[in-house]
Design a binder for this molecule. Structure first.
Ligand code: HEM
Length: 502
């Protein structure tokens, strides 16, 4: 009797397993054609990929062992790994690859479904409505805020770095400046992060990305039922609480003005028109027309602030660090700044646009240290892929990982100096021409970063202000830096820098 039951159970399990494999036959075909590492049943490459400290280095090794793009497994998801410009171009330009990877749902379940994580049709609608808020004309309105924040930054560097002679952890200072600028340009609120205790908010932003990445790299925590019983979920609840409170605090005066707005008092109307220059005032019109809800605005505000502050401060920090490690390029940059800018005073858009070497220095740092090291997409439909050895079909539902970090420092793409910081060799007028998709820190195509002009403007302005008046020095060396693969790039240790007045 017992033996009979066992046999029936075994046959049943075999049938279920066969059916499971049968439904996934198209993924196995893709994996067979585009051979990559297989990993373990059910968890795939989860074990090898779960370490954020070594993940990017591990993927780099694999990309030298297997011909990219190749197929691997994350949990039971079929995962197409991409790190060559030809395939990157096909993915970014495909209408079938605009949806974010399934793993982004971990991020959206934590901070809400804003542009960064959302998929069609919600993404299409929101992107169309929000795009104008990042137009060139609107961004010009932000220049006074950026200039004022640059002054706060210089004061801080001067006081702590020059007068007190301290070695500084510049990344922490930059994060506060960029978050302050983001709060002012997005919500019109001055927060005074340089003076007020803001540690909890920074910790919460860091904690949030860490929690989400840990979950992405731990396939056994994918099922909601298991995740909600894990220690990681307790940590997520804590950080999300802090961030929700923060965004609510930023939004509350605006929401209450809108509620009052139904009375259309002339005074409020006037104050509304005055502040049309900030993001929230642009978006508020969509709420009034019923195109967006306040919950949508909360989600977008949350994501916009997080996307602005994490990425821009990371890119800025790496540019400063690279210039501090390479005094020759710092001097070249200083020459340009002396030629183009007065010793002090506000920087105008015209002046910013003339700073070509500053732009090269930023691009070179973003090439070597991609602020968003990897982006994930999901194939919404079957998607034809061309590789130099043939055409392949990528099945609907495949998760696609675009490894920007490793592609942008790959000798096969960038030549022998790929892993060195050298703005002239890679972005100078004499630099060899590269594939248009070899450098994609903001990605390209329909889903390209909405804030790239904002970021370029803010970074150029802050760098110009710093290096026009100060010299930054560090003992760190490029080959000693240990990067970590988070949503935005991190270092295991942040080297200290010294600041000298010019
Ligand atoms: C150096 C700074 C920045 C870098 C390197 C960067 C990079 C990126 C990347 C790689 C993406 C993902 C795009 C994709 O999946 O194809 C993205 C999306 C996004 N970024 Fe940025 N970003 C930066 C600054 C900003 C700023 C300043 C803002 C806002 C003011 C912003 C807002 C967004 C938003 C809303 C999205 C989602 C866009 C969409 O999916 O439609 N980013 N960014």
């Amino acid at each position: 009797m017992l033996l009979g039951t066992c046999i029936i159970l075994a046959i049943w399990l075999l049938l279920v397993w066969t059916y499971f494999l049968w439904t996934r036959r198209r993924y196995y075909k893709a994996a067979w054609q585009l051979k990559g590492p297989i990993g373990w049943p059910l968890i795939g490459m989860g074990l090898q990929m779960m370490n954020t400290e070594t993940f990017l280095q591990y993927m780099d090794k694999l990309s030298h062992k297997f011909k990219a793009p190749f197929v691997s497994w994350m949990g039971t998801s079929c995962f197409l790994y991409v790190n060559d410009p030809q395939t990157v171009e096909q993915v970014f330009n495909s209408n079938h690859c605009t949806n974010k990877g399934d793993f982004y749902r971990f991020l959206s379940s934590a901070i809400g479904d804003g542009l960064f994580t959302s998929s069609a049709p919600r993404w299409h609608k929101h992107r169309r409505l929000i795009n104008p808020a990042f137009g060139r004309q609107i961004l010009c309105n932000y220049l006074p805020i950026f200039n004022a924040e640059a002054e706060v930054l210089l004061l801080k560097l001067d006081l702590e770095g020059v007068q007190h002679g301290k070695e500084l952890e510049i990344y922490q200072i930059l994060k506060k400046i960029v978050l302050e600028a983001a709060c002012q340009t997005t919500m019109g609120r001055k927060m005074n992060f340089q003076h007020d205790g803001s540690a909890a908010i920074f910790e919460a932003y860091n904690g949030l990305t860490e929690v989400c990445v840990k979950r992405m790299l731990s396939p056994w925590l994918y099922p909601e039922l298991i995740y909600r019983r894990s220690r990681l979920f307790v940590q997520q609840t804590k950080v999300v609480g802090v961030l929700r409170g923060f965004v609510e605090q930023l939004l509350s005066p605006i929401v209450s003005v809108v509620d009052l707005d139904t009375s259309k008092e002339p005074l409020q109307q006037e104050s509304k028109n005055k502040s049309k220059s900030i993001f929230i005032e642009q978006v508020r019109e969509h709420v009034e027309r019923g195109q967006l809800s306040w919950q949508d605005v909360r989600d977008e505000a949350n994501v916009t602030i997080a996307a602005t502050f994490e990425t821009t401060s990371t890119a800025l920090y790496f540019t400063i660090l690279c210039l501090a490690m390479h005094p020759t390029y710092q001097e070249k940059l200083h020459k340009e700044l002396v030629a183009e800018l007065p010793p002090n005073g506000n920087i105008s858009l015209d002046q910013l646009e003339r700073l070509s070497y500053t732009e090269m220095a930023i691009n070179e740092a973003m090439r070597l240290f991609a602020p968003v090291p990897m982006v994930l997409r999901s194939a919404a439909q079957d998607f034809p892929l061309r590789r130099d050895d043939g055409d392949f079909l990528i099945p609907r539902g495949t998760q696609i990982g675009i490894d920007i970090y490793n592609m942008q420092r790959d000798e096969r793409v960038w030549g022998p100096l790929a892993r060195t910081y050298n703005p002239d060799a890679h972005f100078g007028p004499e630099a060899p021409s590269r594939h248009a998709f070899a450098f994609v820190p903001f990605t390209k195509g329909l889903r390209m970063c909405i804030g790239y002009r904002y970021a370029q403007m803010l970074m150029k302005l802050l760098l110009a202000k710093i290096f026009r008046s100060y010299r930054i020095i560090t003992e760190a060396r490029l080959d000693q830096l240990l990067v970590k693969g988070n949503i935005s790039l991190k270092l295991s240790n942040y080297p200290l820098c010294r600041v000298k007045r010019r």
